[in-house]
Design a protein around this ligand. Structure first.
Ligand code: SF4
Length: 308
């Protein structure tokens, strides 16, 4: 069942706007029809998704970037497309999306990687079913900001192989400051539990080192928020341990689009000492399935060239 009726009184995400997406837009700024800004073979994801850089076999992840977002963090690193329609994207119903996935598979993608698709969940579910009916064989990954509703995730049960949610922030006060959602951590924790229920422990192909099923939870450290980072790592290691991968990222960059009233801590970068401390904390908890970065990797190198 495609659940298209959910778009007529939209409560797909915790914002629960309750509007008819065929007639107007809510907090995510998007109508009912998904808009794809860009699709490409992407080499900037973690190695089990994008392949091993520096080897012959680096075809990449078949990544589809959707416009709009229901989280809308004020520091968004993809703000060119998360804020709403750019006017340069392609409106794509489920048939067109299925075509895109199959085109990426034909180009050699290791997986289909849907970036911020949950505000279009009913159409996404339909598109994955159509693509599978028409020969899609590679794993399907869904990449979210973590501010997701469990009932909406259930629309994708059995269709998604890999989830890659963010867990951005723990403290409700900070969550209110950065994405106007004091319930962020509660929602992210529930969403991650549901994602894990669907896909189970990480399953890596021993021949290719690519992920066939499982989860990579990403945490982009924020300047001055080491306490939040440690609480998030406590939760993830305590509940899931090495059944999931944890990607600890250091490259927070203050964007020129930061609002003038943004809290001061967002105008800095993450001190390398804090990143090293968080990495040590994660390793001390026994987390082997972890991706950590060189703490000098701040900048915008991983941000694709979106149409805007
Ligand atoms: S998906 Fe968009 S319209 Fe629906 S509840 Fe969330 S923000 Fe509102």
């Amino acid at each position: 069942m495609a659940h298209y009726e959910a778009l007529e009184h939209c409560t797909l995400c915790p914002r629960k706007c309750g509007i008819n997406r065929y007639e107007k837009t809510g907090f995510c700024s998007m109508g009912a029809l998904p808009v794809v800004n860009l699709y490409m073979l992407h080499h900037g994801e973690e190695p089990p998704i994008s392949g091993r850089l520096g080897t012959e076999d680096t075809r990449g992840s078949g990544t589809v970037f959707f416009e709009g977002c229901s989280a809308k963090c004020i520091f968004c690193q993809n703000s060119k497309i998360s804020g709403g329609p750019t006017g340069k994207g392609e409106g794509a119903d489920s048939s067109r999306l299925a075509e895109i996935y199959l085109e990426l598979q034909d180009k050699g993608a290791y997986n289909i990687n849907l970036v911020t698709p949950m505000h279009f969940a009913p159409v996404i579910a339909d598109s994955i079913k159509r693509a599978k009916d028409n020969g899609l064989k590679i794993p399907v990954a869904v990449n979210t900001g973590g501010y997701d509703e469990v009932d909406t995730l259930k629309m994708l049960d059995g269709l998604v192989d890999i989830y890659m949610p963010d867990f951005k922030v723990w403290d409700p006060k900070t969550a209110r400051q950065i994405l106007h959602a004091p319930d962020y951590a509660d929602k992210a924790a529930s969403a991650i539990r549901e994602m894990f229920r669907q896909v189970g422990p990480a399953d890596i192909d021993p021949d290719t080192d690519l992920m066939r099923k499982g989860m990579i939870v990403r945490h982009l450290m924020l300047p001055g928020k080491l306490f939040d980072t440690k609480k998030i790592l406590d939760f993830l290691t305590g509940e899931f341990g090495n059944d999931i991968y944890i990607s600890l990222m250091s490259q927070y960059t203050p964007m020129p689009t930061l609002p003038t009233d943004a809290p001061d801590f967002l105008r800095r970068t993450v001190p390398s000492g804090h990143y090293d401390s968080a990495s040590d904390y994660l390793i001390d908890k026994g987390q082997i399935n972890a991706f950590v970065q060189d703490s000098s990797s701040q900048g915008d190198l991983l941000i694709p060239d979106f149409k805007d």
